[in-house]
Each structure stands twice: as structure tokens, then as C-alpha cells.
Design a binder for this molecule. Structure first.
Ligand code: NAD
Length: 496
């Protein structure tokens, strides 16, 4: 049985823990590996090594640090299919979707290679006579990242390349559900020339995260995961006086105007709601039909019935299994609750199975109408292939519905009207808006900007905000005396 190693001070080492968790293929329940819950001493060793390495890594010229990222991006591209296949086995994504997971991560590494431009400070000459002010962005020190199961390549790559290229060292605590993908990313990072100790990996669950949150050496925490855990990490991290950015759960609405292009709308809605088995934080879980567009629900149902989940290497499969049996059970209980609370189930995927893989965590595409804001199906993040349809009369009502939601990760509007699009994008209280684009995840030269209950913190992930999160600004005001002229003490705080 493969035992997933830790990565401490540049060495892949076996944990001496007596607590291990199975890494399971969700399509057939095969145990692929065991991942340790690192001991306190192992987590401390990672923290100490990261702190020690920071002293030398921050002195490495920025262009050399950037070149590590250039080599890393090239290596990730070379191993793109191989990494995707690991994702397919431990998470069950279809091959094409898994390749997307890797690719969206590679794009962040490419952007990290632009660090020299992104880390430029500001200058103003002659702020007072013969005095100049300029600023530098300097690294913080030891940063840490805690990542979820649903993008085991992309989300670790949102974090450590940018933190490290800025001159920090980094401790990654990946999801215990699919650690094999991040470990492969780490092997390739080492191959790209990253010096020993700049990146450390410890595995585990709450106790290991708590130790990171309590460690005085750790300056900043990046978290992506569920709302409850994110709130906990944000509170505890900031209580311990750390910077925290926490990207958490979501309920994303798509608004459908009657002037939308029907075919494009239906295809986009199907892909964005049940794609990746609904396990995307930017996936659509609520379709809001405005006015007569509700007549298209029949076409939507027909399109849903054609969607067939399957195993990763079935090229016809639309999506894979849910990550765990517990996740599947939770989704089925939300489907049940919706039926009991009065929603109409047009298509029920509760009993879906795949021939030859009967013990996989399958949930078929599921479609509800007559959903109201009071129902659990609307209030809870489902994270499954379940779409709730709601009907309103006007765009204004749709905007009000969305603005009343506690979440604010993503939303989209399908329309042919520029005026409707302008109104929607201006008034909507959501951080990432798509106009005829169903999943508007910004590319890495922007930042991933969830709002309201979908994000806790200030500076968002990747892009310029990511660079600000991982750096400290130092502002220097300087004067050089040309001669020995002395002008007596300056008793005010004005620069003279
Ligand atoms: P999760 O919150 O269960 O786990 C995330 C990480 O936190 C894991 O590494 C896990 O080991 C750790 N963890 C779990 N319980 C903990 C605890 N009590 N204390 C400290 N650490 C703990 O999330 P998940 O199920 O892996 O991922 C799915 C969730 O992530 C969904 O809610 C989804 O919306 C969210 N997500 C959000 C974004 C975003 O950008 N907003 C992106 C992807 C996923």
C-alpha cells in the first residue's frame, strides 16, 4: 500500500504517525493510498525549516525566483496528462475536466513568473526639497495554505507559486481526500529547481491545521474550502494576528432573460450546473427564469436527461462520481428534503448507477422547479449535480433574490440586451459576474474575487491582490546631503 510521504526540508519522508486516512477512488472504492495525519513534531519541523529557509530564499534575486516558475510551468505542461490521470483516479473527474483543473493552475504559475513586474513599488521624486519617497514590496516570511478536495491541482497552484516567487516560504496542507495530485505537483516543483525548504507539505485534518494557525512563525494563511471551516480558520487565524484570506462556499445563480439565445443558454446551463458532478464552487446551482423564459424548462429537462455520468476514461461520460459516500448521502438527503418541502422534482438522479461500477458514489443529474428561498435545497450549498429552477417576472426581482442570498461568489446573466447586462453587472452584489458566460472564473492577471459569505478577508487570491496578500510594503523617504550646510533642528513633522 502506497503511503503518502510528507515533504519537509526538501525531503520526502514517511510520517511516524499512528493515524492514517485511506485515499479512495470514488468510482469503485479502491483504496489507492494511505495519507498520514502528521505528528506535532513533524508539523513543527516543517514550520522551523520554512522559517530557516526564508532567511536565504528572500535574498535570491527576483529574476532567479521567477525563472523557477518558468521552468515549473514548462514541466507542468510536459506532465499535464499524467497529473490529470492522477486526479481522475483519486477524485473521479473525467479526463478532459481533470486536464482543465491542471491547466487553470498552470496559468497561475505562468502569471507568477511575472512577479518582477507585479512586485514593483511606487516612487515620487522631490516629495520635499531634495527628498524622494519610494516603496518596495517585500515578502512576509512563512505562509501556509489549506486546500479543498475539488481542485487538487488548481487550488494549491493558486497559492504556493505566487507566495514563493514573492520571496516567502510556504507550508501546504492539502485535502486529505486527494493528496496524490498535490504531491506530484511538489515533485515537479523540486525538479524545476526550487531549493530545499521553500515548500513544505504536511498532511492531516483539524489538529494539523490548528497547529499551523497557532504557530507564531506563520505570518499568513490562505484557505479554500467550506463555509464553516473557513469561518473557523479566519477567526482563529486573525485572533492569532495573522493575515487570512478564506475563499469559501457558494450558491451561484444564473439569470435567464427571455431574449437569451436558447440553445447556447441551455448548453451553458447544463455544463455549469452538473459538470464536475456539481463539485465546483463557481458551478450554477440556481437557474432564475425571468418572464416567458420559464417555457424553456421543458427543453432544459430534455437536455438533462441526455447527461450521463461515468468513469474518467469513458469519453462519453459527462461527469464522474461524488467525492465520498458521505457527500453523496448529504446530496440525497437534500433532494429528499426538497421533495418534502414542496418542490417539484422533474428529474431525480438519486438511484443512478454506472454498470460495472455499482459501488461508486454516483448521483445522476437532478432537476427541481417550484423551489422557494425557504427550502433547504435553496439555502444549503449542495455541491452535487442538482439544479433548482425558480421563476420571477422581472430582472429587478432576480437581482433582489440574488442580493438577498448570503453568498456572493459567482453569478451570470444570459441575455441579448446590453441594457439588461449593464443593470445586472452594476447592481448585483456578487464578486464575479458572467454576461453570457456561465462560470466567470477570472484568469490569473485578475484576482478571484468572491464577496459576502463566500469570502473572508481583504486581499483576494492570485493576481495583483494575491501579490499584495503575500507581501509587505516598505516605504522609504530619503535625502542625501550635498554639502555641510546645517539648518538647525526641525521641530515640526513637516518635511523641509
Ligand atoms: P472542507 O472545508 O471540508 O476542507 C477544506 C480543508 O480544510 C481541507 O484541507 C480539510 O482537511 C481542512 N479542514 C476540514 N475540517 C477542518 C476543521 N474543522 N478545522 C481545520 N481544518 C479543517 O472543504 P472541502 O469539502 O474539501 O471542499 C469543498 C468546499 O470548498 C465547498 O464548500 C466549496 O464551495 C469550497 N470551495 C470554495 C472555493 C472558492 O474559491 N470560494 C473553491 C473551491 C472550493
Amino acid at each position: 500500500m502506497h503511503q503518502v510521504p510528507l515533504y519537509i526540508n526538501g525531503e520526502f519522508s514517511q510520517s511516524s504517525s499512528d493515524t492514517w486516512i485511506d485515499v479512495v477512488n470514488p468510482a469503485n472504492q479502491e483504496v489507492l493510498a494511505k495519507v498520514p495525519c502528521a505528528t506535532e513534531a513533524e508539523v513543527q519541523a516543517a514550520i522551523t525549516s520554512a522559517q530557516e529557509t526564508f532567511k536565504t530564499w528572500k535574498e535570491v534575486p527576483i529574476s532567479e525566483r521567477a525563472r523557477v516558475m518558468m521552468r515549473y510551468a514548462a514541466l507542468l505542461k510536459e506532465h499535464h496528462d499524467e497529473i490529470a490521470t492522477i486526479i481522475c483516479h483519486e477524485l473521479g473527474k473525467t479526463f478532459e475536466d481533470a486536464k482543465g483543473d491542471v491547466w487553470r493552475g498552470i496559468e497561475v504559475v505562468e502569471q507568477a513568473a511575472n512577479a518582477p513586474s507585479m512586485m514593483m513599488g511606487e516612487t515620487v521624486g522631490n516629495v520635499a526639497r531634495n527628498i524622494d519617497t519610494y516603496s518596495y514590496m517585500q515578502p512576509l516570511g512563512v505562509c501556509a495554505g489549506i486546500t479543498p478536495f475539488n481542485f487538487p491541482a488548481m487550488i494549491p497552484l493558486w497559492m504556493f507559486p505566487l507566495a514563493i516567487v514573492c520571496g516567502n516560504t510556504f507550508i501546504l496542507k492539502p485535502s486529505e481526500q486527494d493528496p496524490l495530485t498535490p504531491m506530484r505537483l511538489v515533485e515537479l516543483f523540486e525538479e524545476a529547481g526550487a531549493p530545499k525548504g521553500v515548500l513544505q507539505v504536511v498532511h492531516g485534518t483539524k489538529p494539523q491545521v490548528d497547529q499551523i494557525l497557532e504557530a507564531p512563525e506563520v505570518r499568513a494563511i490562505s484557505f479554500v474550502g467550506s463555509c464553516g471551516v473557513g469561518q473557523y480558520i479566519y477567526s482563529k487565524g486573525t485572533q492569532n494576528l495573522k493575515r487570512v484570506q478564506a475563499c469559501v462556499g457558494a450558491k451561484n445563480h444564473m439569470v435567464i432573460m427571455p431574449d437569451s439565445k436558447k440553445e447556447q443558454l441551455i448548453n451553458n446551463l447544463v455544463g455549469s450546473s452538473v459538470g464536475a458532478a456539481g463539485q465546483r464552487c463557481m458551478g450554477i446551482s440556481v437557474a432564475v427564469f425571468v418572464g416567458n423564459s420559464k417555457e424553456w424548462v421543458a427543453d432544459l429537462k430534455e437536455a438533462f436527461t441526455k447527461v450521463r455520468p461515468g468513469v474518467w476514461n469513458d469519453s462519453e461520460a459527462a461527469y464522474g462520481p461524488q467525492t465520498t459516500g458521505a457527500a453523496k448521502a448529504r446530496i440525497l438527503s437534500l433532494i429528499d428534503s426538497a421533495k418534502q418541502q414542496g418542490a417539484t422534482c422533474l428529474l431525480d438522479g438519486s438511484d443512478f448507477t454506472v454498470e460495472g461500477y455499482e459501488n461508486g458514489n454516483w448521483v445522476g443529474p437532478t432537476l427541481f422547479t417550484d423551489v422557494t428561498p425557504e427550502m433547504d435545497l435553496y439555502k444549503e450549498e449542495i455541491f452535487g449535480p442538482v439544479l433548482a429552477c425558480m421563476f420571477v417576472d422581472t430582472l429587478e426581482e432576480a437581482i433582489e433574490l440574488i442580493n438577498n442570498s448570503p453568498y456572493g461568489n459567482g453569478t451570470s446573466l444570459f441575455t441579448s440586451s446590453g441594457a439588461a447586462a449593464r443593470k445586472f453587472q452594476h447592481h448585483i452584489e456578487v464578486g464575479q459576474v458572467g454576461i453570457n458566460v456561465p462560470i466567470p472564473v477570472p484568469l490569473p492577471f485578475f484576482s478571484f474575487t468572491g464577496w459576502k459569505g463566500s469570502f473572508y478577508g481583504d486581499q483576494h487570491t492570485y493576481g495583483k491582490q494575491g501579490v499584495r496578500f503575500y507581501t509587505e510594503t516598505k516605504t522609504i523617504t530619503s535625502r542625501w546631503f550635498e554639502d555641510d550646510a546645517v539648518s538647525g533642528p526641525n521641530m515640526s513633522i513637516n518635511l523641509k
